[in-house]
Design a protein around this ligand. Structure first.
Ligand SMILES: [Cu+2]
Length: 197
């Protein structure tokens, strides 16, 4: 026998589903002088919501003796490949506490990706080419974005009190800045963040 749902109960269920829906929310990142910062990493940790571990993959290539991209935002657990598109060999390393590794002189793609299993920021370098530098920002959430030219990252978030994690190269440290983020049910809001430098 099928359980019957009364029209009133159906309405209540519908109302409940609606109030939990994600709403559009923008985060703008500015520097101490009030200027918008492009290419900042913005991540949102939803309070009280356990995060599933990821098996995502990402790529940090080397082309024309530079890393490409210059920075990558990934969820903790992501496996990163380091394909070398140059004819010269590279020797990629990180001494950052979240991931210490080196891939000795190589061309092509190393067979084993590097799994970034701790949150934080890894600074990459190349032993052969001193000017090569890039960052991998690792966050404990699947909700992340990088800011556009207006310093804005856009999200769809459930209303509530959440946690923001931010990083920009001007912070000059391997740590994300954390601060609370309040998202109201009406949505369409914007939170402006000034990065501490
Ligand atoms: Cu190199």
């Amino acid at each position: 026998m099928k359980p019957k749902v009364s029209p009133l109960l159906a309405l209540l269920l519908l109302a409940g589903a609606t109030s939990a829906d994600a709403v559009p929310w923008a985060v703008q990142v500015r520097n101490a002088a009030g200027q918008p910062l492009a290419d900042a990493a913005v991540a949102v940790e939803l309070n009280g919501k356990p995060v599933k571990t990821t098996t995502a993959k990402a790529e940090m290539g080397q082309r024309d003796r530079q890393f490409t991209p210059q920075f990558l935002v990934i969820q903790t657990g992501t496996a990163v490949n380091f394909p070398n598109f140059d004819t010269v060999r590279h020797h990629v390393y990180s001494f950052s506490p979240i991931k210490v590794f080196e891939t000795k002189l190589y061309s092509g793609t190393p067979s084993e990706p590097i799994v970034f299993d701790k949150p934080g920021v890894a600074t990459l370098g190349c032993n052969i080419h001193d000017r090569m530098s890039a960052h991998i920002v690792v966050v404990d959430t699947p909700i992340f974005a990088r800011t556009d030219a207006s310093g804005i990252a856009r999200f769809d978030l459930p209303p509530g009190e959440h946690q923001l994690k931010l990083w920009h190269i001007s912070l000059k440290k391997d740590q994300l800045q954390a601060q609370p983020l309040a998202v109201s049910a009406s949505g369409g809001g914007q939170t402006v963040i000034t990065l501490a430098e």
